[in-house]
Design a protein. Sequence first.
Length: 275
Amino acid sequence: MMTALKIEEHNKGFLRRLRRNRIRVEHRYCDAVTLKCVTYEHYRGKVNWTSIDRFVKAQRNRVLCPPDMVIASSSGYKRFESTDLSRRMCENAALYLLRTVADRQIKTVLVDDDGDCAGLCDHLAEYGDPVNVLSPATRIYAAQAEYLLNEKGASLKLCRDKSCLRDADLIIAPGRLEEELPCPSDALILTGEAPAVKQSAATVYEYFFELPSKFREICPDFLDEMYFASALYTMGRAKELGGEVFTRCGDGVTIHTRGSLVEALKKRLLSRINS
């Protein structure tokens, strides 16, 4: 079960002092998804988290709620947050661009500090050889290199320093970037989280797609659809969302379409080839 919480504060009017706080609960269903929507109305300026506990129970450490909802540190409540879907969308976006541009001269570099994305190399091998990887996870990628060579006849080039990024066209970094990458200013960086530091190249970390209508119908109006999609995917109720490809993406300021990203990658490739 997933639980969404909304707190409504009524702090105007004399009669509010005469009204009691109340809780409304609604259940919504879709396929394997059971969503409990809890709305807490309070009139006296203070949230009684103990009262809410009766309805939220074990979901208190991953409750779905708006980002601006104030949660008391002593309440034991924690807003659900996950980058699982965003990281998957980053990978899907990269494969979409490589498939669409369809030019094996594109230099793609996978940045993977923990070795979590080794399985992605199996797909990257279809669009370029060698598969370039920047990662300290040498044991994991040594095994992946052997697999690619034996099963696909493709090679994997493991880089241990960032110099391999200096002529990269497309950089795939599903994890959080903690420092600036030394890549060309016209390269394209796809990542799964907002970078800790600003990057010199165009960087995409927000991905949007049309949520299937069956899930949109049960999404509470106080939750962002992509946030709701993230919860559906991460909690295992709608793993099919992991196959979605962005319709729009961006960096919090600039919005890109599929077409504009394709053109940006083509332009970068042409610039490198002609230089």
